[in-house]
Design a protein around this ligand. Sequence first.
Ligand code: GDP
Length: 199
Amino acid sequence: MKITSAEFVKSAVWPNQYPPATMPEIAFVGRSNVGKSSLINALVGRKSLAKTSNTPGRTQLINFFTVNSSLFFVDLPGYGFAKVPRSVRKDWGDMIETYLRERRNLALVVFILDVRRDPSADDLSLRDWLDHYRIPYAAILTKADKLSNQQALGRKKLIEKAMGKGASGNTILFSAKTRKGSEELWQFIERHLSGLENR
Ligand code: GDP
């Protein structure tokens, strides 16, 4: 995919603050520190479009970007900080669930997991929401450069099994460091979007 433009649009919490749903949207989500910002930046070939390293407990927002003036990319706040107070966890849950339920132009969720870790309870809850709202997702196993190819393929099998049948056929090994998987993910996104157009 040739990227001609990638621009920040706005941050939001609730639907009345989202930009108008004028283009298909791809949302990126995963636990904090999983490598979400690095993945977004690698996909659009920018160093710091998405900001890396969120601070635990800070008020977190949904960030909207446009890509090639034809797509929205949405950076959803990361989850899973052990020390976050219950009230912040609940706010996160309300914000994300509302987004997933309400956003009509949401075409695909890019669900980011660390290739070295088993899916957490939070990851599995997110998967349940996606299944519940029938939102298609690609499972991206990032930091693959930290394993040998052989090890990474083994982890991919295990994670697919833990995620259940929704993950089979849409799991991609990725590395922001080497860009491995970047082209494959773009192809997945493009195939998915053209499938939507032809419906
Ligand atoms: P976020 O909190 O999910 O947005 O995660 P970041 O993108 O800020 O990444 C968290 C940490 O993991 C940073 O130190 C990154 O440099 C590192 N990281 C992210 N992606 C990769 C990757 O593919 N390979 C390696 N080796 N490190 C990565």
